[in-house]
Design a binder for this molecule. Structure first.
Ligand SMILES: C[S@@+](CC[C@H](N)C(=O)[O-])C[C@H]1O[C@@H](n2cnc3c(N)ncnc32)[C@H](O)[C@@H]1O
Length: 576
């Protein structure tokens, strides 16, 4: 079965069963394995579904289905999508029957696409593209109020394999550097080659949302990684340094943050302070078997295999803090499953409707019966799935969105928070640990500030003297991030009003809220919704006595160990 037949079958099933494309592609059913690459299948099915309202009109009005018997409505949708809207075109030889069945009507289809675009008031196909991605657009502030996407494509330069300078002088040599994110957002078209070097996260650039780098050698070889800026916060905040001991990535797959950690650790060896220190290893745990395989692949592709030990199918809570492997663990990154409510496109994805073209010739041909024209507003209900998403486990599947009652949501968040707290408490029990970073892509205080307060009040935190990593102690890019934790959220968890007294409470609301970082998926930073916080223990002068000549940690001196611009990111290699 070709990619197109498989994508068409997914669209048919999505319509029939009202289930998400992601679950159809990635939930492995007995006896059903895709012949196509799941990523390609997911991308094609999702894009074709998003465009289906427009393409249904195009195909229907063209009358192609009336003459090409080998084309089903959904097959016509996916082929037409690739013919006009994907960069590579139809991925079949021109002589292939399916290719010919569509391409011989190219002129007619193209004319219908132009009409469909004009009916939607779009001067160019790029404008229509932005409109189709209508769930995440903002006005560009100019007269005429052109809409621009709210999110750029974030590209992390994998310093395990390359450098920022090398990429700017190579892959992006022809691209123009622009000073503001807004200029990147405004250049949504894939033809406008602009980038902006991010000021918060080292080795991260933003490019237009329509720019596709996935076919480039740099991307395919793991030099460039598509990773949302927010997802870069945890490893950067944890800031592991050579000589400090080992690092555990407790919930690691698919490995974006693991490989980011590896890159930062490798870079720290170039630092005069830690240059001669023995780098620790990164122990990456992943409970899920299939995701463990992805993690292994990604670690290899990013060039991180030497420093990362993948513990496949390892439940982090079953890794005893007293185990030998844990003895030298000085830092832990905890990015557990969550509601995923901060993910851009997550809510939209669950509401994608697949529109089908009429199989009878259309009104415009004068040959068929009259059909109701879809309204532009209805057309734009299909929203954009943004850049790469990392979270795909069952626990994280979107709530039944609109259908989920407040009661159900509360119960679901309570379950998640209990699970997250359990993991955090487990991390706090590692005897040599001095630093933990906890993150979620949730917007709910229940999974964020509430978990932080509960963790601080836990027995293990009190016994081991864990506290939050204060804002002034954070690496400079994180210290300077403007959006902090919700004071109300912290205060609610503490049981006091924001301005209330702190009687008998061991948690300083202001300090904890300031220590937390948030990213707003509806804001102007081009981020997904995200939450991150660091915990530290002021125990001893050194971070870990690892027997490797570990260097002293400047604890609590406000000095970011990692520097200002020197750190960097990992990669990813492929996206989901
Ligand atoms: C949010 S994702 C992690 C994303 C990853 N940190 C990245 O940046 O690429 C959460 C992952 O944790 C895994 N997970 C959930 N519970 C776990 C546990 N108890 N131990 C280890 N892994 C777990 C899930 O299977 C999932 O792959």
């Amino acid at each position: 079965m070709s990619l197109y037949h498989e994508a068409a079958s997914i669209l048919d099933e999505t319509r029939a069963k009202k289930c998400s494309i992601k679950s159809l592609v990635y939930t492995v059913k007995k006896g059903k394995e895709w012949k196509s690459d799941p990523k390609a299948l997911f991308a094609l099915s999702t894009e074709a579904a998003k465009w289906s309202e427009v393409l249904a009109e195009v195909v229907g009005r063209s009358g192609v289905l009336g003459v090409e018997r080998m084309l089903s409505p959904t097959l016509a949708l996916v082929l037409t999508y690739d013919l006009f809207l994907s960069k590579r075109g139809i991925a079949l030889p021109a002589s292939h029957g399916l290719h010919a069945a569509v391409s011989k009507h190219k002129a007619r289809l193209s004319a219908e696409l132009t009409k469909a675009r004009l009916r939607r008031g779009c001067a160019t196909l790029e404008e229509l593209r932005v409109k189709i991605n209508g769930g995440s657009v903002l006005s560009d502030g100019k007269e005429g109020s052109r809409k621009v996407p709210r999110h750029p494509r974030w590209v992390r330069i994998n310093t395990l394999k390359t450098t920022l300078d090398e990429q700017l002088a190579g892959k992006f040599a022809e691209w123009q550097s622009v000073p503001t994110l807004r200029e990147v957002l405004q250049a949504a078209s894939s033809r406008e080659q602009v980038y902006r070097v991010d000021e918060h996260i080292p080795n991260l650039i933003a490019i237009p949302s329509g720019a596709d780098i996935t076919t480039s050698v740099a991307y395919r070889t793991g030099q460039l990684i598509l990773q949302d800026i927010a997802s870069c916060f945890p490893a950067y905040l944890l800031d592991p340094q050579a000589g400090e001991g080992d690092v555990v990535d407790a919930c690691a797959a698919p490995g974006n943050k693991t490989t980011h950690l590896a890159a930062i650790l490798a870079e720290s060896r170039e630092h005069p302070r830690t240059g001669n220190a023995k780098p620790g290893k990164i122990i990456a745990c992943e409970k899920d078997a299939a995701r463990s395989e992805t993690l292994e692949k990604m670690v290899k592709l990013a060039g991180a295999a030497e420093v990362v030990t993948v513990k496949a199918k390892q439940d982090f809570t079953k890794l005893p803090p007293t185990a030998r492997v844990a003895a030298n663990v000085a830092a832990l990154l905890l990015d557990p499953s969550c509601s995923g409510s901060g993910m851009v496109g997550r809510d939209e994805e669950s509401s994608i409707t697949v529109h089908l073209p009429s199989t009878t010739p259309d009104v415009s041909t004068g040959r068929g019966k009259k059909r109701k024209r879809p309204t532009p507003a209805a057309a734009l209900k299909t929203l954009a799935a943004p850049p790469p998403m990392e979270r795909t486990t069952e626990e994280e599947l979107p709530p039944d969105s609109a259908d989920e009652t407040a009661e159900k949501l509360t119960a679901r968040l309570a379950n998640l928070a209990a699970f997250q707290l359990r993991l955090l408490e487990h991390a706090m029990a590692f005897p040599a640990a001095r630093r933990i970073v906890y993150s979620t892509c949730s917007i709910h205080a229940e999974e964020n500030e509430h978990v932080v307060v509960a963790a601080l009040r836990s027995q293990v935190a009190r016994e081991q003297e864990w506290r939050v990593l204060r804002r002034e102690e954070q690496v400079v890019g994180m210290r300077g991030w403007h959006l902090r934790g919700q004071r109300d959220g912290v205060a609610a968890a503490v049981g006091f009003e924001v301005d209330g007294e702190k009687k008998g409470v061991e948690v300083d609301v202001k300090e904890v809220a300031e220590a937390c970082l948030r990213c707003d998926k509806h804001g102007e930073d081009g981020t997904m919704g995200f939450f991150v916080v660091g915990f530290v223990r002021d125990v001893g002068e050194t971070l870990a006595s690892n027997g490797n000549g570990g260097v002293a940690l400047a604890s609590g001196d406000g000095e970011s160990h990692g520097g200002t611009n020197g750190d960097d990111e990992a990669w990813e290699g492929f996206t989901d």
